[in-house]
Design a protein around this ligand. Structure first.
Ligand code: PBG
Length: 327
């Protein structure tokens, strides 16, 4: 005869009780949509990311209005330039695709959501690395910082609300912060991808930005084996003045996310990356997984682990579902 005194199932009895006992919620304002903007008038599908496109500026304008209507917190823009060179000149050109798109979208949505920009050279360099190269072919950290400073000024002047520093160079936050402040751009905020891992899950993104990378990023992005180092990188970025820190990818790094969230005094975000998106889309397309439930659960898990906001390619669709659920 067993008669348990403690019955945790009691709080799971009805939908109303389960709703009341729910510890974690996802709200549209905590979602950020990454968007790719290319040159030219046509948008182009990305085969490894069904449902995601490289926008033209015009289609990006329409998408950002839809995003604002869905109530999400912001969009993170990536540029896909036609022409690339050794130093990524397009990144600092006020008429480069990313800066043009930023101006257009800020103009389109005003303050209805934040317009954020990826601050990294890889989409703009012909060699595809996140920094500039020294004569021996290695990444020149400190020469790259100067490029990031110029890029920050160009993006801030284009109207970006939040600069997403994704290059993993040492000292990048302090370098960008001081350049902004020296030019009177104190109000432009800095999001540092502080714990960014050298991950296989960026695979589809490489198609999304037509990456030219040969080789890998293991001399600057973190070793997937290292959790403590992700916390250290985040601590350094906070000390350098990051307004927000981020862990990326999300799903395979929830332990790092939880550790950073437990020590950080600034908001902690997470990036559910292209490969995480592609895996669920692919399994759902096969009928092997319930797409909506898998998407919701994946983002909920990232929130539960400690993310204050989540960059996800499902941001708009998920926000729409969340509204439906509340109605
Ligand atoms: C680099 C950058 C990458 C992603 C965002 N910024 C690619 C990389 O580091 O190789 C990946 C995002 C994704 O996979 O969704 N600027």
């Amino acid at each position: 005869m067993t008669n348990p005194v403690i019955r945790p199932r009691r709080l799971r009895t009805t939908p109303a009780l389960r709703r009341l006992a729910s510890e974690t919620r996802v709200h549209p304002s905590e979602l950020v949509l990454p968007m790719f903007v290319r040159e030219g008038s046509e948008s182009v599908a990305i085969s490894s990311m069904p449902g995601v496109v490289q926008h033209s500026i015009d289609s990006a304008r329409r998408a950002v209005v839809e995003a604002a209507e869905a109530g999400i917190g912001g969009v993170m823009l990536f540029g896909v330039p036609d022409v690339r060179d050794a130093i990524g000149s397009g990144a600092t050109d006020p008429n480069g695709i990313l800066n043009l798109a930023t101006r257009a979208l800020v103009d389109e949505v005003g303050g209805a959501l934040t317009v954020q920009t990826d601050l990294c050279l890889d989409e703009f360099t012909d060699h595809g690395h996140c920094g500039v190269l020294a004569a021996d072919g290695r990444i020149d950290n400190d020469a790259t910082l100067i490029r990031y400073q110029d890029m920050a000024l160009a993006q801030a002047r284009a109207g970006s609300d939040l600069l997403g520093l994704s290059g993993m160079m040492d000292g990048q936050v302090a370098a960008v912060r001081s350049a902004l402040d020296a030019e009177g751009l104190q109000d432009t905020a800095v999001l540092s991808y502080s714990a960014k891992y050298a991950s296989a899950f960026y695979g589809p993104f490489r198609e999304a930005v037509a990456s030219t990378l040969v080789g890998n990023r293991r001399t600057y992005q973190l070793d997937p084996a290292n959790g403590r180092e992700g916390v250290r990188e985040s601590r350094l970025d906070i000390a350098e003045g990051a307004d927000i820190v981020m862990v990326k990818p999300a799903g395979s790094y929830l332990d790092v996310l939880a550790a950073v969230a437990s020590m950080s005094e600034v908001p902690v975000w997470a990036y559910q990356v292209s490969g995480e998106y592609a895996m669920i889309e692919a399994a759902a397309a096969q009928g092997w997984i319930d797409r909506r439930r898998a998407v919701e659960e994946s983002v909920l898990g990232i929130r539960r682990a400690g993310a204050d906001a989540v960059l996800t390619y499902w941001a708009v669709e998920l926000a729409t579902w969340l509204k439906e659920d509340r109605a």
